[in-house]
Design a protein around this ligand. Structure first.
Ligand SMILES: [Zn+2]
Length: 479
């Protein structure tokens, strides 16, 4: 590693760069899926390569390769410089970076059981056991999956940073689809679209408790077929934490990305309603809404020890006591707005340049027991587990659907309802948040597939949430 890095930085400096950094990544992945009682797929892969990012003539250049020979390292470093110099011809202004503290460090993940030391047969048998428990009359599709990854990343910069960072991810999830010939209903566990992800070893698989929940979700999918439709109209809602996690992702995580705000993602990912004139002056939510970007959150897949610019993981407020107070930024964008760089630059792999990404964007827990939240509602719905989402380019108008809901009448949970949906405008919705569950219900959900950038980069982010109660929300179809 050291040889590759020294060579790359030396070549870059020789060609007159004002800044250079190198990332070398060695990653191993394993994916297992089961379907209706048998193994559906097993995928093992590994990837190793390096990427060089430079500033020359006041512009960025990036290049990468998986060939780790001296000649290729010099060629790639030179190519990154050439790209920077070519880009410089069309620059509007010079790239300048915020000053940061420089670290040399080595950080290992706190893993109890290396997931790659566990035989694949054991992983398959857990999934097939869960599958069996979901095999009820009326269930037509049963799925299960696990994913594991392990990587070592070395980051070094021309400013003297040298970081060796380990990252281990484990994932598991199951789902059941029921039909009665007229309707189709899905239930997933522990959350939809593949389940939950954490920066842990195989011990996470036991914590997820697939077997303890498999029968329940299959049974719920069947019950949903004959459940009544979710009511429509303005009413109060409670969101369960995995749905609230996605609400945070779409309506707070994305609009606080400073590259979006500055228009750099306008052609693909979109822009943001949280423009710089609103920073510190805009009521984003009610006084109890506190949303942090916390890369230090333990085991969260949005977390890390250092970001891809070598900034040590930080926790900052995006929304404090309801006020919009912070952005996710980079050294370059923080400098433009004279903000503290907070460490949110992340690249999907060695072959991509880092861009501003969410870290762990968490809604801090409140003080309410679940029963208190329910008892404060005369007419409303509890909604759980995301099914669909849609939000506009500025992140203002949204609509979400969940797998399951329960009516709330006179302070009590009532019948199960199918196809719950709700819609709103981001700041009106968060301003109507009047109750947040306490830390007993708080969980940080791993979301492995946030897409952004051109070329597209898929990023692992996470969101901590408890229950949230929102007043006067449009539920169901607008009439
Ligand atoms: Zn996203």
């Amino acid at each position: 590693m050291q040889r590759i890095i020294e060579e790359a930085l030396m070549v870059a400096k020789k060609f007159g760069v004002s800044y250079a950094d190198v990332r070398v990544i060695d990653r191993t992945e394993e994916e297992i899926s089961t379907k209706n009682g048998s193994v559906d797929g097993i995928k093992s892969s590994s990837s190793k390569g390096f990427g060089i990012r430079v500033i020359a003539d006041g512009a960025w250049g990036f290049s990468s390769s998986f060939v780790l020979t001296d000649e290729e390292i010099s060629r790639v470093a030179e190519e990154a410089v050439d790209i920077a110099k070519a880009s410089a011809k069309t620059k509007i202004e010079d790239v300048t970076l915020s000053k940061i503290e420089i670290y040399q460090d080595r950080v290992e993940e706190q893993v109890k059981i290396d997931p790659f030391s566990v035989p694949i047969t054991k992983k398959i048998s857990i999934l097939l056991d869960a599958d069996k428990l979901m095999n009820l009359q009326g269930i037509i599709l049963r799925r299960g999956g696990m994913y594991f990854s392990k990587e070592w990343k070395t980051f070094a910069s021309s400013e003297g940073a040298y970081l060796e960072l380990e990252r281990v991810i484990s994932n598991a999830g199951i789902s059941a689809i029921a039909t009665d010939g007229k309707d189709v209903q899905t239930r997933s566990y522990p959350s939809s679209f593949g389940g939950d992800y954490q920066r842990k070893g195989f011990e996470f698989i036991e914590e997820v408790k697939l077997l303890e929940n498999a029968w329940r979700i299959a049974n719920e999918a069947i019950q949903l077929l004959s459940a009544k439709p979710c009511p429509s109209g303005k009413m109060d809602i409670i969101l369960e934490s995995s749905q609230l996690a996605l609400q945070i992702h779409e309506s707070c995580g994305h609009p606080t990305e400073l590259d979006r705000v500055l228009g750099e993602e306008a052609s693909f990912a979109g822009t943001s309603f949280l423009t710089p004139d609103k920073l510190g002056k805009f009521k984003y939510g009610s006084d109890i809404v506190n949303i942090v970007a916390d890369a230090t959150a333990p085991f969260a897949i949005g977390g890390f020890a250092y970001d891809d610019e070598g900034i040590k993981a930080k926790k900052i407020y995006l929304v404090k006591n309801g006020e919009f107070v912070g952005y996710l930024n980079s050294r370059e964008t923080s400098k433009k707005l004279r903000l503290e760089p907070m460490g949110a630059m992340r690249a999907e792999s060695w072959n991509r340049a880092p861009i501003i990404r969410m870290t762990s964007i968490n809604l801090e827990p409140g003080d309410k027991a679940f029963e208190e939240l329910v008892s404060g509602i005369d007419n409303g719905v509890l909604m759980a587990t995301n099914k669909s989402w849609s939000i506009d380019q500025k992140r203002l108008n949204f609509q979400f659907g969940t797998e399951i809901g329960w009516e709330i009448r006179n302070g009590k949970l009532q019948d199960m309802v199918k196809n719950p949906t709700y819609s709103g405008i981001t700041y009106e919705f968060w301003r109507n948040c009047d109750g947040i569950g306490n830390k007993d219900y708080y969980h940080i959900w791993g979301l492995p597939n946030c897409g952004k950038g051109e070329p597209m980069q898929v990023m692992q982010v996470s969101h901590g949430a408890s229950y949230g109660r929102f007043r006067n929300v449009q539920v169901g179809v607008l009439r």
